[in-house]
Design a protein around this ligand. Structure first.
Ligand code: ATP
Length: 348
C-alpha cells in the first residue's frame, strides 16, 4: 500500500510536526533540496520567523493532532514523507501513528517493539546487551528506580531503597517496573542505520554510523547534591526527579568506541531478525559503570532531541561529512534511496 503510494510520488516533501527536532529536520531537508511542510496547531509558531533557514516552506495548520489522519489526502497530494520524532508519536498516539497511511521514514514496526517494555527487553537482551536488573517487590535489596509504563521523560519516576519505601509511594493504579538503580555516567548515543549505504561500518546488510552523543540534563537529580545527600534530603521531604530540561554534548574515551559500535551493530542485527530492522536514527540510553561496562536502560527508535546539539556536525559526524546533522542525514537517506529506486526500504 505505502509502496504503491511511493510509486506515484514525484518530488517528496519532508514533513513533520513543529516541535522536538523539527528545526534540524527542516534545515537538513532544505540543504538536500527538499520542499518542507510543518504541521502545527492553531497558527504557525512564531519562533520559526527567528530561524529562517529552519522554517518550513509551508505550514499545515490543524486544531488537533488527531486531525492528521483526516488530512491524509492533502499530505499525499503534496508527496509528503513524514519524519517521526518523539513528540509526533506522542501527540498522535503510537497506535494511530502506526496506522497512518502516509509514507513515513523508518520502519513503523519498531513501535510495537519499543513501546512495550517486555518486547523492548526481549529485543535488547536478544542483542546481547546488558540491561538493569528488574526486581519484584519482595526482591528489592538495593537502590532501585521505580518507573511507570508510558511515563514520558521520567517525570514521575522515583528512587527507593527497600520494599517499604516503594509501597509507601507507588501509585498502584498504574503499571510500573522496579529497576536496579545503576550508578555511573550516562551516555545517550545517536546511531544511524542505513540498509542501503554500502561504504562504512558494514553490517550483514547496510552500514551503521554514530552521529553524536549527548547527556540529558534532568531536574532536579543532576543538581540535588548541592543541597545535601539524597538520604538527608529524603528526611525533609525533598525527592529526586528526572524531568528532562535540556542536553549536553559529550565525547567518549576513544577506547570505548569499539564497544559502542558493537552494541549498535547487535541491536540492528537483532532488529533485522525480529521485525525487518530499525531503519534510520536510533539512540541507546546507557550508563557506563566504573568497570567500563555499558548498561542500556532504554532505546529510542527515532531521532532524539539530544541530536539538536549537533546541527552543524559533531565530533563524530565530522569524520563522515562536515555539517552533518541527524536531520540532514535523514534527508540524505531519502535522496539516496529515491535515486536508487529503493525508497520502500527506508520508508513504510
Ligand atoms: P524517554 O521516553 O523520554 O526516554 P522515559 O520516561 O522512558 O524517558 P527513561 O529514559 O527510562 O524514562 O529514564 C529517565 C531517566 O531516569 C534517565 O534519563 C536516567 O537519568 C534515569 N534512569 C533510568 N533508568 C535508570 C537506571 N536503571 N539507573 C539509573 N538511572 C536511571
Amino acid at each position: 500500500m505505502i509502496e504503491d503510494i511511493l510509486k506515484r510520488y514525484t518530488e517528496p516533501t519532508v514533513t513533520t510536526v513543529c516541535s522536538h527536532s523539527s528545526l534540524q529536520i527542516f534545515d537538513g531537508a532544505r540543504k538536500e533540496g527538499f520542499k518542507t511542510l510543518g504541521i502545527a496547531l492553531k497558527k504557525p509558531p512564531k519562533f520559526y520567523d527567528a530561524f529562517p533557514r529552519a522554517k518550513p516552506d509551508e505550514f499545515m495548520i490543524l486544531d488537533d493532532y488527531l486531525e492528521i489522519e483526516a488530512q491524509k489526502d492533502e499530505l499525499l497530494r503534496q508527496d509528503a514523507i513524514v519524519i517521526p520524532h518523539g513528540s509526533f508519536v506522542e501527540y498522535m498516539g503510537a497506535d494511530r501513528f502506526r496506522e497512518l497511511q502516509v509514507p513515513t521514514f523508518g520502519n513503523r514496526r519498531v513501535l510495537e517493539w519499543e513501546s512495550d517494555r517486555n518486547k523492548e527487553r526481549t529485543w535488547l537482551e536478544g542483542a546481547g546487551l546488558v540491561l538493569p536488573a528488574e526486581l519484584d517487590l519482595d526482591e528489592v535489596d538495593r537502590a532501585v528506580i521505580v518507573k511507570y509504563h508510558g511515563a514520558k521523560g521520567g517525570a514521575s519516576f522515583f528512587i527507593a531503597r527497600n520494599r517499604e519505601e516503594i509501597e509507601a509511594r507507588v501509585d498502584k493504579t498504574q503499571e510500573f517496573t522496579i529497576q536496579e538503580f545503576v550508578l555511573g555516567t550516562r551516555y545517550y548515543i545517536h546511531y544511524f542505520y542505513s540498509p542501503i549505504k554500502e561504504d562504512g561500518y558494514a553490517l550483514s546488510k547496510g552500514t551503521l554510523e554514530v552521529l553524536g552523543i549527548d547527556r540529558r540534563v534532568e531536574s532536579n537529580i543532576d543538581e540535588i547534591y548541592r543541597l545535601g545527600s539524597i538520604n538527608e534530603l529524603a528526611r525533609v521531604g525533598i525527592d529526586p526527579s528526572f524531568v528532562v530540561t535540556g542536553n549536553l554534548p559529550l565525547v567518549l574515551r576513544e577506547s570505548l568506541l569499539p564497544k559502542v559500535f558493537e552494541m549498535g551493530e547487535q541491536v540492528v542485527e537483532e532488529s533485522l531478525r525480529l521485525f525487518g530492522g530499525v531503519i534510520g536514527p536510533f539512540c541507546l540510553e546507557t550508563i557506563c559503570t566504573p568497570d567500563l561496562e555499558f548498561v542500556v536502560f532504554e532505546i529510542s527508535a527515532r531521532i532524539v532531541a539530544g541530536t539538536n546539539l549537533f546541527i552543524s556536525g559533531s565530533p563524530y559526524a565530522d569524520f563522515i561529512e562536515p555539517g552533518l546533522s541527524t536531520g540532514r542525514r535523514i534527508a540524505k537517506e531519502i535522496r539516496a534511496a529515491s535515486e536508487l529506486g529503493r525508497l520502500a526500504e527506508v520508508i513504510t
